[in-house]
Design a protein around this ligand. Structure first.
Ligand code: NAD
Length: 357
């Protein structure tokens, strides 16, 4: 049966990079019999300008009906003065919460062609291939009570709550175990069980789930050590699973090991592998509209969509191979440009991937 995709270009460079990813999807549909239909809707600042809200009801409805979403990026200086409740980023949070996208998959892969881009020594990062699985709809970012209150002394106090139920930990750990089974068979669960009771429970639940995955080697690590190990010897990791906040921070650190924010895709999945796919970077207002954005993270997000929602691993591999081919051919957008390579714009990079397909 035909799969329904919803395309959300968003703001800044979003429309430019999404245009290139849609070229890839259209090529797979027209030349390789990928059975999909594509709808487009507004989100973020573009939606605020048109409707006054970052996630219009019409967009959420379409998002609920589709099988997978491809998102560019949201946000920009134009909307920074707005009340926090109606800023562009709220559109993203609304989609994650509204669709119950609890599992965030963030690969950190170092492309051999871009080894020079990392700030770490090549021998530390060459061959790097980590998958970070971050819990996305719970933990301290959503826990209640939260706020800023006035104490009797007159001083203000800010407070947030770190909460996880056993079932929330169990379902995210199983996503991570399943991925580890398909990769190197090693899972590192990151917590702060020595200080936080909530993550003591996290460790206990992950350990219990491990009994169902005898082929996966499970290790536990405190988050401070994990941060250190990521920059000391990152290749020791295969799959990492962690809480919403720890994952937010560690996945950005891991992304930077690869040196290029314009190369990394992500997926956010629900219980049935319905997913929202997006590059990890933002809307890059500084280069928007200049045909300078790197579209490869968005194109690689399409590969993740093919693998995790559309169940087309062979086609996913084909897209990844096409990206490798254009890098091998020396084509580079400005963000990954180096001596001896050929600089191309956003559209030419997309066209080259399509040609390689
Ligand atoms: P950013 O990721 O947009 O940009 C950081 C730097 O990386 C900039 O110099 C930018 O030019 C560069 N960059 C990013 N993507 C690139 C690409 N594909 N090709 C080449 N260069 C690229 O982060 P920021 O500047 O902190 O945020 C800008 C806006 O994006 C803000 O409004 C922020 O809230 C929003 N944002 C959105 C998301 C999202 O939609 N998921 C994520 C992060 C930030």
């Amino acid at each position: 049966m035909s799969k329904k995709l919803l395309i959300l270009p968003g703001d800044g460079i979003g429309p430019e990079i999404v245009t290139e990813a849609v070229k890839v999807l259209a090529t797979l549909r027209d030349d390789h019999a990928l059975d999909i239909t594509m709808d487009e809707a507004l989100v973020g600042g573009a939606a605020i300008d048109a409707t006054g809200h970052p996630l219009p009801d019409a967009t959420l409805e379409l998002a609920k009906e589709c099988d997978a979403i491809l998102l560019g990026a949201v946000g920009g200086t134009k909307w920074e003065g707005l009340d926090i409740s109606i800023r562009p980023e709220k559109g993203l949070l609304g989609l994650r919460a509204g669709l119950n996208l609890f599992a965030n998959l963030r690969p950190a892969i170092l492309y051999p062609q871009l080894a020079d881009a990392s700030s770490l020594k090549p021998e530390i990062v060459s061959g790097l291939d980590i998958m970070i699985v971050r819990e996305l709809t719970g933990g301290i970012y959503f826990g209640e009570p939260r706020g800023v209150r006035k104490l009797e002394s007159g001083e203000r106090q800010g407070f947030n709550t770190l909460v996880y139920t056993e079932s929330e930990v169990d379902r995210i750990s199983r996503v991570a175990f399943d991925i580890a089974m398909k990769r190197g068979g090693r899972l590192c669960s990151v917590d702060k069980a020595n200080v936080l009771e909530c993550t003591e429970l996290w460790r206990e639940v992950v350990t219990t789930a491990a009994a169902d995955y005898p082929d996966v080697e499970l290790e536990h690590m405190y988050v401070d050590n994990a941060a250190m190990q990521l920059v000391r010897a990152p290749k020791q990791f295969d799959v990492m699973v962690t809480t919403n906040m720890f994952g937010d921070i560690l996945s950005d650190a891991a992304a930077m090991l690869t040196g290029s924010i314009g190369m990394l895709p992500s997926a956010s999945l629900d219980e049935n592998s319905k997913g929202m796919y997006e590059p990890i970077h933002g809307s890059a207002p500084d280069i928007a509209g200049q045909n300078r954005a790197n579209p490869l993270a968005t194109i690689l997000s399409v590969a993740m969509m093919l693998r995790y929602t559309l169940d087309q691993p062979e086609m996913a591999g084909r897209v990844e191979k096409a990206v490798n081919q254009v890098l091998d051919a020396g084509l580079r957008t400005a963000d990954i440009m180096s001596d001896g390579m050929t600089e191309v714009g956003t559209d030419a990079m997309g066209d080259a991937v399509v040609a390689a397909l």
